[in-house]
Design a protein around this ligand. Structure first.
Ligand code: GTP
Length: 625
């Protein structure tokens, strides 16, 4: 491809956004086939979902770009498409991708408008992006186009005449979608007047990155002004700020576009989207949202990207401590590809050195761990996840806290001494559920049971309802989504947004084995839930700990008060087994000696629990609802 043929007016950059499973990746397949970017084949199924985890789970977790060339009214256009994930846990990928887009297609399916349809639509409005409304899966017998159109008219600012009806699976009306992209979406809104003005200073947005073993960081860039060529020496606004006089400069070793695989073009012009390889090595250097420029010609930086805000935290340890450094390196590389994860160092008495990692949800946490294993061969153990609570501490002279202070609690270790605390706060969300009418009663009961308060209900059609509840984040991260799906036979959809913090009665449940605290099993939870959690942990431990020669008391405590307990009886040893008939006094002697031994062991009382048991326990607690 000669990229000089595509000045900005012949370029359209668009993202495909929609609810989970509405057919975004399938539409991307057809767009790639229809424009001859890839060969037509029945084998082409979600070709942009390249990760093993995406193939195995059948979901997109990573936004992917591809450049296609399309001829419309005799002129060729360069279209850059970004296929985005639909699940709420990966919404950061969507918002990040939209920063490199000029237009968006909203694919809707026969299920009608769902929670993420609405969330993504609002996101594109926030970015000021126009939307091409599309109804997908019209080939399905269950398709109810009239109903879906009505919902779209009710909830989205679109007109019936604009809605395109397609079957991404069968490739029906794909040409209409492409034509709408060219005719209805604007060309990139650039700082420059002309793409070939060689005097224009380079200004490029780094909007995504991946890591490859031999090539290092591969950065996806949108060129906003000037040109980027192989051999150019570039720097970035972030590096300039970090290093003062901008010592860090990189030579562009490769530059090209994605079709969808890397195709080197040696140059990218203003308005185009592509990739560069320039020897960057770390997450710190390849900052998402950074502005790149020619080293000798600094430019004004673009507004920074909003940072992802983790909603669950877990502690991650290598199964084998000798692998700690490898795990650190693997995490840094994976974080180049997944920018929504946060990482801090952490330590555990039993599990050794590890990391405190923040995720955007439990699915995100599972997918991230699976990617670590599949792409980097690391084996890790994750402690049970917790949401970020806050504590307001009273002033304290001894601890040199001069005025009220707010701290964030993401692990039991952060839990402050109760007498210092003025108030605990928990994160709240506004959850939006869209459901067919017949399931709404059960869903309302579920929201109430999860301590939710209704903030608004409205009909989106005669048969579907939108429910909005204010809920504690802690109540939805574990099993809310699964329960919602099972109550509604899979029909209800869910999305949520932050809604500040609210006062809560928080507690820290510690687990004691024969009076000794086991740090790794401590848990922060609301006082209301503490008994249930304490009892469950004690019962599970009783099952898992091997019998010892002495009884083991397993207690769950809050401070000094015991809230649950179990006793693991001593392993009985038949001391008389070898005595046969024998003398009565000898038997008595043996029994007395055994009783003394028991007493002695009980006095020592220390039980040696293997590391494996904790790993099993952590695993069990995480996977039991
Ligand atoms: N019958 C029919 N099935 C379709 C159509 N489009 C997609 N599908 C099916 O719907 C399912 C989901 O399609 P995907 O393309 O993976 O959906 P997605 O929106 O990319 O999914 P996420 O990225 O995980 O949110 C797959 O089984 C597709 O084969 C269509 O037009 N007709």
């Amino acid at each position: 491809i000669d990229l000089r043929q595509f000045p900005p007016e012949k370029i359209r950059n668009f993202g495909i956004i929609a609810h989970v499973d509405h057919g975004k990746s399938t539409l991307a397949d057809r767009l790639l086939e229809f424009t001859g970017t890839i060969k037509e084949s029945l084998e082409n199924k979600q070709v942009l979902d390249k990760l093993q985890v995406e193939r195995e789970r059948g979901i997109t977790v990573k936004a992917q770009s591809a450049s296609i060339v399309y001829k419309c009214d005799g002129k060729e256009y360069l279209l850059n498409l970004i296929d985005t994930p639909g699940h709420v846990d990966f919404s950061y990928e969507v918002s990040r991708s939209l920063s490199a887009c000029q237009g968006v297609i909203l694919v809707d399916a026969t299920q009608g408008v769902q929670a993420q349809t609405l969330a993504n639509y609002l996101l594109s409005m926030e970015h000021g992006l126009p939307v091409i409304p599309v109804i997908n899966k019209i080939d399905m017998p269950r398709a109810n186009i009239a109903k879906v159109e009505k919902e779209m008219l009710n909830l989205l600012d679109v007109h019936t005449s604009e809605i395109i009806h397609i079957s991404a699976k069968l490739g029906q009306n794909i040409d209409q979608v492409l034509e709408a992209i060219v005719k209805q979406l604007p060309s990139p809104n650039l700082d420059c007047k002309s793409s070939y003005n060689s005097s224009s200073l380079l200004k490029a947005l780094l909007f995504d990155s991946t890591y490859e073993k031999f090539r290092g960081v591969i950065a996806n860039v949108a060129i906003l002004d000037g040109t980027m060529k192989k051999g150019d020496i570039i720097s970035s606004v972030y590096l300039q700020q970090k290093d003062g006089n901008s010592k860090s400069a990189y030579e562009v070793k490769e530059v090209g576009i994605l079709r969808p695989e890397h195709v080197s073009t040696d140059v990218l012009y203003a308005g185009q989207v592509g990739y560069i390889v320039c020897g960057m090595k770390t997450v710190a250097d390849a900052q998402i949202g950074d502005t790149l420029y020619h080293h000798k010609h600094p430019v004004q930086g673009l507004p920074k990207f909003k940072k992802a805000r983790p909603v669950v935290f877990g502690e991650m340890f290598p199964l084998d401590q000798s692998q700690f450094k490898n795990l650190d390196a693997a995490l840094n590389r994976l974080m180049l590809n997944d920018r929504s994860v946060t990482k801090l160092n952490s330590k555990s008495f039993l599990l050794g050195s590890g990391f405190r990692i923040g995720f955007l949800g439990l699915l995100h946490m599972d997918v991230f761990c699976q990617r670590l294993e599949q792409e980097f061969g690391t084996n890790v153990v994750m402690t049970s996840p917790t949401v970020p609570y806050k504590a307001i501490l009273n002033p304290n002279k001894r601890l040199q806290i001069k005025e009220e202070k707010e701290i964030t609690i993401t692990t039991p270790e952060d839990y402050p001494s109760q007498n210092l605390v003025k108030d605990f706060l928990q994160p709240m969300i506004i959850g939006t559920v869209i459901t067919p009418l017949q399931y709404s009663q059960d869903i309302m009961e579920l929201c109430t049971a999860k301590n939710g308060t209704a903030v608004g209900n409205s009909y989106i059609s005669e048969t579907s309802l939108m429910l909005q509840y204010r809920l504690p984040l802690d109540e939805i991260v574990v099993d809310f989504y699964d329960k919602l799906k099972s109550l509604s036979s899979g029909y209800a959809s869910f999305d949520y947004e932050d809604d500040g913090y609210e006062s809560v009665n928080l507690s820290k449940v510690d687990i004691l084995l024969n009076g000794e605290i086991v740090q790794e099993l401590s848990k922060i939870c609301t006082l209301e839930k503490s008994r249930k959690i304490g009892a469950k942990t004690c019962a599970k431990l009783k099952d898992l700990i091997p019998r010892q020669p002495f009884p083991v008391s397993i207690q769950a405590v809050i401070g000094k008060s015991v809230i649950a307990r179990q006793t693991l009886p001593a392993a009985k040893k038949d001391v008389l087994a070898k005595t046969g008939g024998g003398d009565y006094t000898r038997k008595l002697k043996l029994l007395r000696r055994e009783a003394d031994l028991q007493k002695h062991l009980r006095a020592i009382g220390k039980i040696k629990v293997p590391k494996n048991l904790f790993i099993k326990m952590i695993f069990k607690l995480r996977h039991s609802k």
